[in-house]
Write a protein that binds this ligand. Sequence first.
Ligand code: BTN
Length: 286
Amino acid sequence: MVYRTVFEIDQNRQQLKIREYFNVKSNIMTVQSIEKYLKTQNLNIEIQDTLTSTNTVLKEYAEQGAPEGTILFARQQTGGKGRLGRSFYSPEETGIYLSILLRPKVLLEEALLITTCAAVAVAETLEEETGQQCKIKWVNDVFCEGKKVCGILTEAAIDPEYATLKYAVLGIGINLFPPEEGFPEELAEIAGSVISKRGNMADLKSKIAAGVIDCFFAEYQHLTEKRFLDKYRDYSLITGRAIDVIRGGNVRKAHALGIDDNFRLLVRYENGMEQAVETGEVSIRI
Ligand code: BTN
């Protein structure tokens, strides 16, 4: 605790010198500030100041037997991970970085449901809390105003005997406010933040964190029913657009036709061949 000195006038019109105590960290998201908004029960939330990667550390917890619903936040990450071996820029204060431990009873091929369910949860929550229109760029990126504001990385451990998941770590990184020094040059083109000015960060962050968790778990209970499929389709940024499909270093021009019932991307290549793309990356052609 620290204090500052303030002055007040008492009933006898005398100036009083008062020490006003306050918590220097009061503008920081805490477990309590998240729980104030959270509806989902039986979660175990932990917040650390600095971690390499919440995904990496939560995987260690998972190996030690941590239960489903363990959620790890970091106020900043020094080695935030993105898909396809990329890094995820995770500066202090301006973003929300969390990982959720799941032990779903699903087959390996159903793991994509976790990522897509989380993408819908993020898009819905951001729209509700900020009024911004969001889009999902297949398969795991959430965009606002043409910029990527959220990335999702699901890492899973497999039970090879049954081809099921032993556990999955769902990692979500949201750029809520612009970083103080801007995004690094290599990200400036693509990355953006949901809100363009910095404001009362802790409260909004807590609301958004709780909203994402609640939206996700509401659907996770019925994951294989895919009740969020229509929403995912509605949020799709690339349906109907000219795209490049990038797989194993190979780039092919295509037209994005839509999302199939298994969340695969339906494309038509220039030679007329149609395909349901399950993995890889796409970029929009301008
Ligand atoms: C991507 O954009 O390719 C995915 C980015 C995922 C970032 C989140 S931040 C919390 C969690 N911890 C990580 O190291 N990565 C995920």
